[in-house]
Design a binder for this molecule. Structure first.
Ligand SMILES: Cc1cc2nc3c(=O)[nH]c(=O)nc-3n(C[C@H](O)[C@H](O)[C@H](O)COP(=O)(O)OP(=O)(O)OC[C@H]3O[C@@H](n4cnc5c(N)ncnc54)[C@H](O)[C@@H]3O)c2cc1C
Length: 372
């Protein structure tokens, strides 16, 4: 198969790149899962409205009726603060159902002319002498060979393409998240539509309402500090959260409890950055780019992961379009754009962590104050 752009990964970033490019080039989207699967990450900030409008999918997205995300309640540094999006010029955000959201984006990219192959995972990638890439993907049985002029890595934190090409991936910290989905007896006027964050001695908590009376509860700390028996079961996680005043009040108010399955998940949540120009082989330095988490993974405290994935997906799609037209400066501009986002993000994150000073002796906060 011959295409202009092969996008590996059809999550939010890959689908956004496909939407930006669809109809302007021959685009192939490849994903290792046949259909989107449940994932953590549901708070979609109001500014996303502008991106979805620019992509021409806002009305269709609104028709999906994801519940509104009205704001944040933050218990941090001994203070309690509420940010209400009713005062935000972009209006309210959404607490999206990730499976429905990603299915919507994939379908929208397909409707715009992108071809989608899933399930298929990247098996091999090599630079062609004449420019462009030879790619092989497999669904476990059959192998498909693809010639692509440009490759976009949208594989999320796995950053599979970047790693295969030898690009450096720099981790800034070791933040990890352990989370459960529980059930409530119903949200109240105080809790409905709000995401809540609360710091504690060993890290911080996040909870947000999901569809059908469900709620996500997540504890964040560093990988080496996620020890002890408490955080290995859903009931243990809830018991620890109950020692934090805001979490305890919220769980009591909503009747939150583990569901009957009691499943618990762990996922990396650290800041990480791919440096595409640090490859060993000069032949691998051009003709590809990374978008979304594959390019820059954010600490969830920023609540910007999905926005960043969609934004860099769109700008990555536009960059690929410039590359196809022979613009030699396109990749450097994309990388410079990621640099600017990183600087802004790191400054805000450092300020946020520096605002919590109650546990100066705990390694989790010591490490953050050193960075700040
Ligand atoms: C604990 C936690 C909480 C979060 N909460 C929020 C939140 O509330 N709000 C928010 O905005 N963000 C949140 N995020 C961040 C957000 O989930 C991510 O930033 C976002 O999912 C990134 O999108 P992406 O498309 O870059 O990557 P992903 O969503 O990871 O998608 C990558 C895609 O690539 C596919 N893939 C991977 N490897 C291959 C391969 N080898 N071949 C083919 N396909 C492949 C995968 O199947 C997947 O479809 C959170 C993150 C964490 C860790």
């Amino acid at each position: 198969m011959e295409v202009d752009v092969a996008i590996i990964g059809a999550g939010p970033a890959g689908a956004a790149a496909g939407l930006a490019l669809g109809g302007r080039a021959r685009v192939l989207l490849i994903d290792r899962v046949a259909e989107p699967i449940p994932r953590i990450g549901e708070s979609l900030i109001p500014a996303t409205r502008r991106l979805l409008r620019d992509l021409g999918v806002l009305k269709a997205f609104e028709a999906e009726s994801h519940p509104p995300y009205l704001g944040n309640q933050l218990v941090w540094g001994g203070d309690w603060a509420e940010t209400d999006f009713l005062k935000d010029p972009d209006g309210t955000g959404w607490h999206v159902d990730r499976v429905r959201f990603e299915t919507f984006l994939r379908r929208a990219a397909g409707a715009r002319g992108c071809r989608i192959i899933a399930p298929a995972r990247l098996e091999a990638i090599a630079a062609r002498g004449s420019g462009g890439w030879d790619i092989a993907v497999t669904d476990g049985q059959d192998r498909l060979e693809i010639e692509a002029r440009v490759v976009i890595d949208a594989t999320g934190r796995a950053s599979t393409v970047a790693k295969r090409l030898g690009a450096a991936r720099r981790n800034s910290d070791r933040l990890t998240a352990r989370w459960i989905r529980g059930l409530t007896s119903g949200e109240t006027a105080r809790t409905a539509g709000f995401s809540t964050v609360e710091s504690e001695a060993g890290g911080w908590w996040y909870t947000a309402p999901l569809a059908q009376g469900a709620r996500v509860l997540t504890f964040h700390t560093d990988t080496d500090l996620m020890n002890g028996t408490e955080t290995v079961s859903a009931d243990g996680l809830i018991a620890r959260a109950m020692r934090c005043p805001a979490m305890a009040a919220l769980m009591e108010e909503t009747g939150f409890q583990a569901d009957s399955v009691g499943e618990i998940w762990t996922t990396a949540a650290n800041t990480a950055r791919t440096d595409p120009l640090a490859e060993a082989d000069p032949a691998m330095k051009s003709g590809w780019l990374a978008v979304g988490d594959a390019g820059l993974s954010l600490d969830p405290l920023s609540s910007r992961g999905l926005f960043n994935a969609l934004y860099t997906g769109v700008s990555g799609g536009m960059t690929a379009h410039r590359m196809l037209a022979g613009d030699a400066g396109a990749v450097a501009d994309h990388i410079a754009g990621l640099e600017r986002i990183t600087e802004d993000y790191e400054r805000h994150l450092a300020l946020m962590y520096a605002a919590e000073t109650r546990w100066p002796d705990h390694p989790f906060w010591q490490r953050r104050s050193a960075t700040a």
